[in-house]
Design a protein around this ligand. Structure first.
Ligand code: PMV
Length: 349
């Protein structure tokens, strides 16, 4: 699909309602904007873009957000002087000022270019309660929190659906981090990308637990953006992925609706392993797994043989996320020892 270079800017202008001659939507109304968003774990995954400029996915996906784990961000506009050099954003991550050439800053500043007027620089202070770039989806909560902070700074008062569209441009999975509970990110059909946003799924599942098995919290070797682009380009197996992803997404939606845990777990695990199969069949190969990841998988399969209903899912990293119901908590704690367990709907029923 051919895209003009300013397609993301045009997209942002459409979403925020920035038109020439109308009220300037990029003038801050408050001194500081604030946003907070949770991480989300995909139960049926997004892997592959059909449009790399507008960040449009090849397939839809369904996720669950994890309350208490995520990103909190404040944003302020730096004072500017006339004839000042090009703006340099100041970015603090977890209390530490980052150098502007840090890849994290380069990516963030490129995203902020879509929301800045000439000579404006931003000061961003962001805190993650999950290790950055460890396959625990901090970019999802990060871009969702940033978009919420921008919405607050500029007082756009956009609907969550529109904020989801903007977050998608920063990181696809961020489109789902605007919501608590389950969320569905629509693949969308339109070339302009305005129908590819996430929506909440209005179902609670109080018994559902997510366990985080932390194998390695270091920076991942291949970013998901690079990884999925190489997969789409070089992996023959990938041709089968969009069809399976569609089928799995429907199965996860049905499982949520009917509170069918076996179906949810089986589909999520199968979907994650299928995604990783396409990664491994990419050239150069992408293998996010560590020996400890495989050992944890075997523990899950052994537990299932013993009658414990537990399944796993994995993203672009070596860590496993376990899915089980509250009744299995003691068995999981016994098998995995040091594991963080989250009940996404606790206290909401
Ligand atoms: O949002 P991105 O570009 O970081 O891609 C996320 C991809 C996976 O985490 C592997 C799957 C998903 O749906 O979250």
């Amino acid at each position: 699909m051919s895209q003009s270079l300013n397609a993301p800017q045009h997209f942002v202008n459409q979403v925020i309602g920035q038109q020439s001659g109308s009220l300037n939507k990029l003038m801050p109304v408050k001194a500081q904007g604030y946003g907070i968003a949770p991480v989300n774990i995909a139960l049926s995954k997004y892997w592959g873009k059909r449009d790399t400029v507008l960040n449009l996915p090849m397939n839809g996906s369904v996720s669950i957000s994890l309350p208490g784990l995520g990103t909190e961000t404040t944003i302020t506009l730096q004072p500017t002087t006339q004839n000042s050099p090009p703006p340099i954003d100041q970015i603090k991550l977890n209390g530490q000022a980052l150098k502007p050439n840090n890849p994290f800053c380069v990516r963030l500043s490129a995203f902020l270019d879509l929301f800045r007027q000439k000579n404006h620089a931003f000061y961003i202070n962001t805190h993650n309660t999950v290790p950055t770039a460890a396959g625990l989806a901090s970019s999802a909560s990060g871009y969702a929190a940033l978009v919420l902070a921008l919405n607050d700074l500029f007082q756009w008062q956009l609907s969550t659906q529109k904020l989801s569209l903007l977050a998608r441009l920063g990181s696809g999975s961020a489109s789902r981090s605007l919501y608590s509970g389950f969320a569905l990110w629509h693949k969308g059909e339109q070339a302009d990308g305005l129908d590819s946003y996430a929506e909440p799924i209005d179902t609670q599942w109080p018994e559902l637990c997510v366990g985080l098995v932390k194998v390695n919290v270091q920076q991942k070797p291949v970013s998901s953006t690079t990884g999925m682009q190489n997969t789409v380009k070089t992996c023959d197996l990938y041709q089968a992925w969009p069809q399976q992803a569609k089928k799995d997404m429907q199965s996860i939606l049905n499982a949520i609706e009917q509170q069918d845990f076996e179906q949810l777990g089986q589909t999520a695990e199968h979907n994650a392993l299928s995604m990783h199969a396409t990664m491994m069949a990419t050239w150069p190969p992408i293998v996010y797994w560590q020996p400890e990841s495989v050992a944890a998988m075997h523990t899950v399969w052994q537990l299932r043989q013993q009658g414990v209903a537990v399944y796993f899912t994995m993203d672009a990293g070596p860590n496993l996320k376990l899915l089980f119901l509250k009744t299995e908590k003691p068995a999981i704690e016994q098998a995995f020892g040091d594991i963080s367990i989250i009940q996404p709907f606790k206290g909401q029923s």
